[in-house]
Design a protein around this ligand. Structure first.
Ligand code: ATP
Length: 230
């Protein structure tokens, strides 16, 4: 489903070029649940952004469902992100002036879906994350765990096959973090959504079926079910 071939990322800094990701080959199959681990600054978020087309590599290619992201123009890449990928962030990134229902329906509204379709899908999603009674609340009226569940519902609005989560449990206590991990696992197992989650928490990573470890911009380990792959 996702193929990274010799993908690298170099940032041009005043002090000179800085390599955030050294050339890496990573293949992610449909329906996998992957954790990307590594110390702070090792390149985890950079890798996630390349997979999701939020950024383009300096070298190599990223292909999702056979589509090479570097061959898309800006408009096509925006459409790709909006329809094929769901993004979840550590700080939820909900819009504070919009209700839960409006936040969840945002991508559909941007894609010009009808009001009735949006209402039906939002209801379905909020049931899925067990927040059907919070439809008219504003994000500030919810707990962190609830806000993250809204963010996950929002990410799923366009029925993407791929969910990318950057430290989704990073701001949550153990029990709220646990419920987010269970939700991601259920979406992965029951709805066959491919999940790629960045985390530095080994407990969170244990929810995944495969753990890719990065250090200093280099993939140093790729482990599945306790057995090493590379
Ligand atoms: N836009 C940018 N411009 C310059 N340098 C960047 C940029 N984005 C990331 N970097 C650098 O690339 C390296 C990798 O950053 P990245 O955010 O991928 O790390 P990370 O493993 O996700 O870290 P953390 O766990 O702290 O979030 C860091 O040294 C960072 O400073």
């Amino acid at each position: 489903m996702i193929q990274l071939e010799q993908v690298s990322k170099v940032f041009a800094l005043e002090a000179g070029p800085f390599t955030a990701l050294k050339p890496a080959d990573i293949h992610i199959g449909k329906g996998e649940f992957i954790a990307i681990m590594g110390p702070s600054g090792s390149g985890k978020s950079t890798l996630l952004q390349l997979i999701g087309g939020l950024d383009l590599p300096s070298g190599g290619t990223v292909a999702v469902d056979g589509v090479r992201l570097n061959e898309l123009n800006e408009k096509e890449r925006t459409l790709f992100r909006r329809t094929k990928v769901g993004f979840v962030f550590q700080n939820y990134q909900l819009l504070p002036m919009m209700t839960v229902a409006e936040n969840v329906g945002l991508a559909m509204a941007a894609n010009k879906a009808s009001k009735a379709d949006i209402r039906a899908r939002v209801r379905e999603l909020l049931q899925d994350v067990r927040l059907e009674d919070k439809e008219h609340h504003f994000p500030s009226q919810l707990s962190g765990g609830q806000q993250q569940r809204v963010a996950i519902a929002r990410a799923l609005a366009m029925k993407p096959g791929l969910l990318l989560a950057d430290e989704p449990t990073g701001n949550l206590d153990r029990s709220n973090g646990e419920s987010i991990l269970q939700l991601l696992s259920r979406l992965n197992k029951e709805e066959r959504i491919t999940v790629v989650m960045v985390t530095h928490d080994p407990h969170a990573a244990a929810a995944a079926d495969r753990i890719i470890t990065i250090r200093d911009g280099q993939v140093v380990r790729d482990e599945r079910d306790g057995g090493e792959r590379t």
